[in-house]
Design a protein around this ligand. Structure first.
Ligand code: NAP
Ligand code: MG
Length: 490
């Protein structure tokens, strides 16, 4: 795939952004960026050591007592808006870059870059609209609650939606006046670097945004362990999330963890299946199931189990897998490791005798070096089977059945995860009971996900993490309250 112009910086001068400077990377320590569709090395990035992480944290700290610290909320908003307009002008090359680095179909990548724009614009507008409070107190006193930035915020980004996750976490942090240090995933850093370059072109103050690429165990651990940071935003696996939280606990700082899920789609007998089936299939095959909010458990009322199963089978049998440019239902998985993890989950299910309901197909002529995997749906999965319980993070749907509403809620909640739930029913009272009864961060009724949903607070409970990103609530998380009481006399 020919690489877009915007990649040139990353390709010829891979670097870390520290302050306003791009620091050149020693080629001897550079990491390869691999195209998941053919195994080709498409660029290289730096592998930061604790020294570069130190420099990035120091640059962020300095910015808080320099120009960035003096920037008004209005001007922080304007800075985000200028960045947004440069992103808007580069949508297509950014989408091509994201597709090449992650393997996702080009139309998904285009949507993701649209979401980046949504985040930048939303938080540009919000920067001077998130107010403190004046509280009623005793005579002669004034009491106020001010919102202040944490200071230096660390952002550890996963590989599945690097561009949009980057915007999702840094835009509200910058809107509130924090100085960010970002560690993208070594598996997919290119769009983050390209977006960062645009941020610099837009004139963002020195040190407000710093990026250090590298490995999780190297740069990621060094950043989350750093004594100079005041907050950590993390999206990724529950295991790494626990490490991040332990690091945050050691230096007494808050963290926000978004850790994936085993999200249920619950289909009642009165559901509109024409609406439900395509959304359910898209909800699990989007980006080959490598989505934290993937609806990977399909819970179906016994009365319509056969009808739903046959429609899911048909839909899965029609699914096609191909390169980003082919723009089919799924692309390849991100890397060999992820492919072997998902394949092992499938092989285990087959060995336990689970029945395949439907299966997609690979487009002819794909490069065998790509991490290809056909989406699969499994029928009548027992409730305690690993496939029904564990996050697979691939295009694999487990179909289970329930008897009545109470059973549906109990089954949906019988998971250590709690990120998203989809509810499909025409019964308004039932919709409300489910919305209240489900233990998770967000419930979608007769829909699943949204066009972008930047307005909607997002996060989980339990093994899905804690804290909320997106919407105005993110501004609360990206700031701290300071109470000020003044006695001015009777
Ligand atoms: P991961 O290790 O949790 O990676 C997420 C981010 O954390 C990446 O930037 C990673 O950097 C970094 N990281 C890794 N180890 C770290 C450490 N010790 N300290 C600080 N940062 C660290 O996830 P993964 O290994 O790529 O994927 C494994 C599983 O995680 C997937 O199968 C999936 O279940 C889950 N996952 C969930 C999401 C989500 O959206 N919730 C996203 C990705 C993965 P490097 O990538 O450079 O190592
Ligand atoms: Mg890659």
């Amino acid at each position: 795939m020919s690489l877009p112009q915007i990649l040139d910086h990353s390709r010829f001068n891979p670097g870390y952004l520290i302050g306003k400077e791009w620091i050149a990377v020693d080629p001897g320590v550079a990491l390869d960026c691999v195209d998941p569709a053919d195994g080709a090395v498409i660029a290289s990035i730096g592998n930061a050591t604790p020294r570069e992480v130190d420099l990035a944290v120091a640059a962020a700290r300095r910015s808080l007592s320099a120009a960035w610290g003096d920037t008004s909320p209005r001007d922080r908003g304007r800075a985000l808006m200028r960045w947004a307009s440069l992103v808007d002008a580069q949508r297509e090359p950014l989408a091509a870059l994201e597709a090449a680095d992650t393997g996702k179909p080009i139309s998904t990548a285009r949507r993701d870059i649209g979401v980046v724009l949504d985040y930048l614009e939303f938080y540009a507008g919000a920067a001077n609209k998130f107010h403190g409070q004046v509280l009623p107190y005793y005579p002669g006193f004034s009491a106020q609650v001010m919102r202040e930035p944490h200071g230096v915020t660390a952002h550890i980004i996963p590989w599945n939606y690097p561009a949009s996750q980057f915007a999702r976490t840094v835009a509200p942090a910058l809107a509130m006046g924090n100085a960010c240090v970002v560690k993208p995933s070594e598996e997919a850093s290119l769009s983050v670097l390209a977006l960062t370059r645009l941020a610099m072109e837009s004139g963002l103050a020195a040190g407000a945004l710093n990026v250090v690429t590298g490995t999780g165990s190297g740069a990621g651990a060094a950043l989350s362990e750093h004594r100079g940071i005041d907050y950590i935003s993390f999206t990724g696996s529950p295991e790494t999330g626990s490490r991040i939280q332990a690091a945050a606990a050691r230096h007494h700082i808050p963290c926000c963890l978004e850790l994936g899920g085993k999200s249920p789609q619950i289909v009642f007998a009165d559901a509109d299946l024409d609406l439900a089936i395509p959304a359910i299939v898209k909800g699990i095959v989007q980006h080959a199931g490598q989505t934290c909010s993937a609806g990977s458990r399909l819970l179906v009322a016994q009365a319509i189990h056969e009808a739903v199963a046959s429609r899911i089978a048909e839909a899965f049998n029609r699914l096609r897998v191909g390169t980003p440019v082919m723009d089919l239902d799924c692309g390849p998985l991100i890397n060999r490791r992820q492919k072997s993890l998902v394949s092992a989950a499938i092989e285990g299910a087959l060995e336990r005798g689970l029945q395949v309901l439907g299966q997609g197909r690979l487009a002819p002529g794909l490069n065998p070096a790509g991490n290809w995997l056909a989406p699969m749906a499994f029928a009548s999965v027992p409730r305690q089977d690993p496939l029904a319980v564990e996050e697979v993070f691939g295009p694999v749907l487990s179909v289970l059945s329930f008897t009545d509403e109470a059973d549906a809620i109990a089954l949906a909640n019988d998971s250590p995860f709690g990120l998203v739930a989809g509810v499909w029913t025409r019964d308004g009272a039932r919709q409300q009971r489910l919305a209240r009864g489900l233990r998770c961060g967000q419930v979608f009724i007769n829909c699943y996900g949204g066009p972008s949903g930047v307005e909607l607070p997002f996060g989980g409970v339990g093994r899905s993490g804690h804290g909320r990103e997106k919407g105005m609530l993110a501004l609360e998380h990206m700031s701290i309250a300071k109470t000020v009481v003044q006695y001015y006399g009777d």
